[in-house]
Write a protein that binds this ligand. Structure first.
Ligand SMILES: O=C(O)c1ccccc1NCC(=O)[C@H](O)[C@H](O)COP(=O)(O)O
Length: 405
């Protein structure tokens, strides 16, 4: 479908970082087959008159355009660095954003380059736009000042160790999750504070709060509400972090830990972001899914917490995602946790005293025993407990006993 252009009725604008106004030279370069009908209206948006002369406001806009082009090019460079580390997730669509606006019209351009390869890539592309908009509203300087008023960071890792020592079982990070691309709506009567309280009462060591709105129906308001309701369990901000700015944002909203996904972030980002976390008193849960990601992460100094996700987000087949256009299988396999902890990797993890969290698709006491046997000292569980009428009792069902005692 290379070069296909359609346009639809106006929708709320999500301005891509490189767009609005669109850098025309880049647009030409990146969309060689696109319909030339687009160029003329965009040029007039940039302030260029028909005879090619430029107004003062156009000069100012040109500077903005130059800046945005720079940002875009950094994004493109990022894709290349990531690819050298075997990262398949691209930060931005390599041939330009899929949506363009001319006046009130939204143009949807479809070609191979701007179609996400899988759900994770789709989420990342959307997040990139979302974060650039949020950053404009709250630049880093403002955010850093807001940190003074944030509730203090609590010891996430300490809480996991204490729970593991107390019960002899993997410590539970219970996920406050209304929906997911794989499961759709998991719970209709979703009251985040009520669920968080039930988890705490049921023996959870920490909570994971989804803050992504589009794909998980979560929010930062949920996290703030849980924190200000007096829930004592430390909170993991379950977000798709692609920029350091988001770490400051999460902290300003009361997070005690954040998630860094190795499938998305190059090593340098993980190193840099881990350092920021340390400075802010946050724990960083670094998530891996395969051996390659595990080896990369084990090569980074200072990692204390590694999550092994049993859900493969890199497969593109058959199954329809609930909140996006991708067709996906959300393959889950808990033996992934075991596979990644065998042999030298497991040895290295023990030597480095890293805590491993088994993530996703854990439903029964046997599943918990399986990942514990493999070496996980903690588990991250959402769907199987959030779906229960009493999520606190769901925890006892999951572990086969009351772990609150
Ligand atoms: O859960 C999904 O469908 C999903 C899709 C795309 C990216 C991430 C996704 N899940 C994030 C998670 O890692 C889980 O929420 C977490 O591990 C809990 O999993 P579960 O117990 O299976 O709800």
């Amino acid at each position: 479908m290379e070069g296909f252009v359609s346009f639809t009725t106006p929708t709320p604008r999500l301005s891509f970082p490189s767009l609005n106004p669109t850098p025309t030279h880049l647009f030409r370069r990146s969309l060689p087959h696109s319909n030339s009908v687009l160029f003329s209206p965009i040029r007039s948006q940039l302030g260029e008159s028909e005879d090619g002369s430029t107004s003062i406001s156009a000069v100012k806009e040109d500077a903005e355009v130059a800046l945005k082009v720079k940002e875009w090019e950094v994004g493109m460079f990022h894709n290349e660095v990531a690819a050298t580390q075997g990262i398949r997730i691209r930060r931005r669509p390599p041939t330009g954003p899929p949506l363009h606006y001319v006046g009130p019209f939204e143009f949807r351009l479809q070609n191979e380059g701007n179609t996400p390869r899988n759900i994770l890539e789709e989420i990342v592309w959307h997040k990139d736009v979302e974060v650039s908009q949020l950053k404009e509203k709250k630049p880093l300087g403002t955010l850093k000042k807001a940190l003074d008023n944030a509730p203090p960071a609590r010891d996430f890792i300490g809480a996991l160790i204490a729970a593991h020592e107390r019960t002899g079982l993997p410590a539970l990070i219970a996920e406050v999750k209304k929906a997911s691309p794989s499961g759709g709506i998991l719970r209709e009567d979703f009251d985040p504070v009520e669920i968080a309280r039930a988890y705490e009462k049921g023996g959870a060591a920490c909570l994971s709060v989804l803050t992504d709105e589009k794909y998980f129906k979560g929010s930062f308001e949920n996290m703030e509400a849980i924190r200000s309701a007096g829930v004592k369990c430390p909170l993991l901000c379950k977000e798709f972090i692609i920029e350091a700015w988001q770490i400051y944002y999460a902290r300003s909203k009361g997070a005690d830990a954040i998630l860094l996904i190795a499938a998305v972030l190059p090593d340098l980002d993980i190193k840099y972001m881990t350092k920021i976390c340390k400075r802010l008193g946050l724990a960083a849960l670094v998530e891996v899914h395969d051996e390659k990601e595990m080896d990369r992460v084990l090569g980074i100094e200072g990692i204390e917490l590694i999550g092994i996700n049993n859900r493969n987000l890199d497969i593109t087949q058959l199954f329809t995602c609930h909140f996006c256009l991708s067709t996906e299988t959300f393959e889950v396999d808990i033996s992934n946790t075991k596979k990644l902890l065998e042999g030298e990797r497991g040895q290295k993890i023990r030597e480095k005293d890293i805590i491993v969290v088994g993530e996703s698709a854990l439903f029964t006491p046997d599943d918990i025993a399986f990942v514990q046997e493999a070496g996980a000292k903690a588990v991250l569980v959402g769907e199987s407990i959030v779906k229960q009428s009493d999520p606190g009792k769901g925890i006892a069902g999951l572990f086969g006993k009351d772990i609150s005692l």
